[in-house]
Design a binder for this molecule. Structure first.
Ligand code: GLN
Length: 188
């Protein structure tokens, strides 16, 4: 890692602090995006964390962040969305052509751990917390991981999504993949 990429982490609700810690552990600097002024600082990529997608979605509107972020995302900003972030990238930002089933494993008993293959990376630990899964993908979408017959990670161009939480494990390879394969090619 060259440590040069600055990564904004949407910090309205949910697991943003864990993402910033994970980024730090591979030499990338993550900073919190909490309000509109935070967008004036230049950043090379964005992470949308897990949490509650309806709450984050509401705050995006209330804090007047939605339109500015949507414009950057549509313009090719590399974005990594985990869990609620996946839901928002699909349903609110319409940035990745997938259909998502929310709380797909049930609301209460729906948290579990798995180890499964992620394309381009290998076997990785996956923590699921009231997770969605991906029910359908458009033809441009690359399926990156499948657990129990359900798609749990995918990529379309500048957008990477996982239904699980790499920020809750010590395995940093999903971040390395995001950096090396999605951020780096976009930085001039
Ligand atoms: N169930 C949450 C939602 O629908 C997502 C859970 C998570 O991000 N860990 O937004």
């Amino acid at each position: 890692m060259n440590g040069k990429a600055a990564i904004g982490v949407l910090a309205l609700q949910g697991g943003f602090a864990e993402h910033i810690n994970s980024l730090q552990s591979i030499g990338l600097s993550g900073f919190e995006i909490r309000r509109k002024q935070d967008l004036s600082r230049p950043f090379d990529a964005l992470i949308i964390p897990g949490g509650e997608s309806s709450v984050i979605g509401k705050l995006l509107d209330e804090l007047d962040l939605f339109a500015a972020l949507k414009e950057q995302i549509d313009g090719g900003l590399p974005v990594f969305g985990t869990c609620a972030g996946l839901i928002l990238l699909a349903n609110r930002f319409e940035a990745i052509n997938i259909a998502v089933k929310r709380n797909a494993y049930g609301r209460q008993a729906g948290s579990f751990y798995a180890e499964a293959e992620m394309k381009h990376i290998g076997l990785i630990p996956m923590v699921f917390i009231r997770a969605p899964y991906i029910e359908w993908v458009g033809p441009e979408v690359e399926i990156l991981a499948v657990v129990d017959g359900h798609i749990v990670a995918a990529r379309e161009k500048n957008i990477l999504v996982t239904a699980f939480h790499p920020e809750l494990t010590n395995d940093i390879r999903v971040y390395e993949y995001f950096h090396d394969s999605i951020i780096r090619p976009y930085i001039r």
